[in-house]
Write a protein that binds this ligand. Sequence first.
Ligand code: HEM
Length: 204
Amino acid sequence: MADQKNARVIRKANAFEILNHWVMAISFFTLSATGFAYLFHIAGVVSFFGGPMGMKTVHNYAGLVFAASLILTIFSYLIEALSFSGDDMKWLMKGGGYLSRNAAVPPQGKLNAGQKLVYLMVLAAGAAIAVSGLYLWLAPEVKSRTLSMHFLHNAAFDVYLMIVPFHIYLASIASPGSLRIMINGTVPLEWARKRHAKWAARMT
Ligand code: HEM
């Protein structure tokens, strides 16, 4: 729906989506800092969180916040991310137009094909991190499984290590105008027509 105050701006994210995104991002960075400090015994970070026990408690509860916000993203993105079309395939084949200044890419929906893949990877790897983390927290005495759960927890986090910096770069420097989606939720109509033509057409 076109924004009432400014006819040339349309809404891409609502207040719930913006808040949930930042809860997910802040809990993710908290988990990364405490997780790395735990694994590599980074003394400065450990003492910042009040010692190993305090830091572990922060890690565990930040994990619950992260898992809850990950589940909530399902309502915002899952249906869109699973609707993969021929245009999405072609968009991927052309590297989303990021590889050449003059590349023409097929029209995209509310999320482009790259964002759909990023979302599905965030969801799948995040679910693996959350389930293994809960297991290590609540049933650490079952030794036969802790090794595989530690492996799953760290391997799935490695997927995040590859995706998240890439996501932050693409959602900020590489795509001027994107960042405001996660600040006030709106984008200029012309911006949307260029990058998400199918969605912009549906919204106007
Ligand atoms: C400071 C860091 C971050 C910035 C600047 C940022 C920026 C953004 C922006 C602007 C969008 C909206 C894109 C659109 O609708 O076109 C977005 C979406 C999203 N963000 Fe972030 N983000 C950050 C951190 C994170 C982190 C840490 C995660 C996951 C742990 C994450 C996961 C997502 C997901 C799943 C979406 C929806 C799919 C997509 O657009 O790729 N973001 N982010």
